[in-house]
Design a binder for this molecule. Structure first.
Ligand code: PLP
Length: 384
């Protein structure tokens, strides 16, 4: 049915109507006083969301652009880096590092399992020469729905003393706490189409004082993503190049909505939605791809047995106008992923679970009790 489309994928995420309408305004000049005022307000909101006093810079880019900007601004050609990878986005860190001539050591974990902080501890302790210049970690691994133990890994990096920590917080920011200052995160990358509740197109990157010191030494060629000019312009609440002005209108409204809800409430909502989805899947006999204690608050991966994941996705879309995400790489066709990040409410979860039950029935899935998923979700959502 037209105009009933519902995104339950981990990006792009649903956008509130107020935000959509904000983008419909006439543009303003990006060298105007109005724009500076807007940008000043947005930057304050971003610092609040990141729980930081560090610079938060905005780029016209998707999340990967922000990741790339982080790397090329604090590292130099030939630097040794340690990358954690337990999924598609960990692999992306590896690829970006390799593209810029860094020497990459990878700490891997099986897809669906979390990274082992002790493996980082051991590698960092063994590095007595202090050759490791950076550790790169994906906080919420969107491809599998695993939340890595960033806090512990960051603490090991601090003990090392030399390495910086660069974090992909693309699907953790705005879903669970990412206290940039408290955890000492040097560079944190994110993208607008995830927890920010706005369309794709803006990338965000935070830079600590230590990251700026490393910037002074960095010799990787850069121009558009050279963060120096962004920092200089930001001091005057400006951008070095033409920014996506409409997205600035959008994020101003979205950040206001987030501030009205409050950080703790946002995190609690995501935890509740996540739990409701997980309990519903269990009640329906649909195996979860990740264990409860390492599950991402943004996305849940499910590995159905008696029906095909792709068939489920297809019926959900055709019959119910609900988009679910599929598996990536070797998980293609094996899992489907339910996004519950950003502008998602209890009602959305109930709708998705009900539609999923109807889909299972239509596909002739066996061994599930109609209504069991809804009851399980409901009981989580109505618990005090
Ligand atoms: C979406 C996402 C990205 C960024 O992808 P883009 O398509 O470049 O925005 C990076 N990391 C994770 C974990 C993501 O979920």
């Amino acid at each position: 049915m037209e105009d009933k489309f519902m995104l339950m994928i981990p990006g792009p995420t649903p956008v509130p109507e107020r935000v959509l309408l904000a983008q419909a305004q006439h543009l303003i000049g990006h060298r105007s006083g109005e724009f500076s005022q807007l940008m000043g307000e947005v930057v304050e909101g971003l610092k609040w969301l990141h729980q930081t006093q560090n610079d938060v810079l905005m780029l016209s880019a998707s999340g990967t652009g922000a990741m790339e900007a982080g790397i090329i601004n604090v590292l130099s050609v030939g630097d040794r880096v340690l990358v954690g990878s337990n999924g598609k986005f960990g692999d992306r860190w590896v690829k970006v590092c390799q593209a810029f001539g860094l020497k990459v050591d990878v700490i891997e974990a099986e897809w669906g399992k979390p990274l082992d902080p002790n493996a980082f501890k051991a590698a960092l302790e063994a590095d007595t020469e202090k050759a490791i210049k950076a550790v790169l970690v994906t906080h919420s691994e969107t491809s599998t729905g695993v939340l890595n133990d960033l806090q512990t890994i960051a603490a090991h990096v601090k003990t090392h003393g030399e390495a910086l920590i660069l974090v992909d917080a693309v699907t953790s920011l705005g879903a669970c706490s990412v206290p940039v200052d408290e955890w000492g995160l040097d560079v944190v990358a994110s993208g607008s189409q995830k927890g920010y509740m706005i369309p794709p197109g803006l990338g965000f990157v935070t830079m600590s004082d230590r990251a700026w010191q490393a910037y002074e030494r960095s010799d990787i060629p850069k121009f558009y993503f050279d963060l120096g000019p962004y920092r200089k312009s930001a001091a005057k609440n400006m951008t070095p190049f033409t920014p996506p002005v409409s997205l600035f209108f959008a994020i101003q409204v979205a950040l206001k909505m987030m501030q009205d809800e409050g950080l703790e409430n946002i995190f609690a909502r995501h935890a509740r939605l996540q739990q409701a989805i997980r309990e519903a899947m269990k009640a329906l006999g649909l195996p979860l791809f990740t264990a409860d204690d390492v599950a991402s608050p943004a996305v849940t991966a499910v590995m159905p047995q008696s029906v095909e994941a792709e068939q489920i996705r297809s019926v959900m879309k055709q019959e119910f106008d609900i988009a679910l995400a599929g598996g990536q790489d070797h998980l293609k066709g094996k899992i489907f992923r339910i996004g519950h990040l950003g502008f998602v409410s209890d009602r959305d979860i109930l709708t998705a679970v009900a539609a999923l039950e109807a889909t299972l029935a239509k596909l002739g899935a066996n061994g599930f009790t109609p209504g069991a998923g809804l009851m399980a979700a409901q009981s989580v959502l109505t618990a005090a």
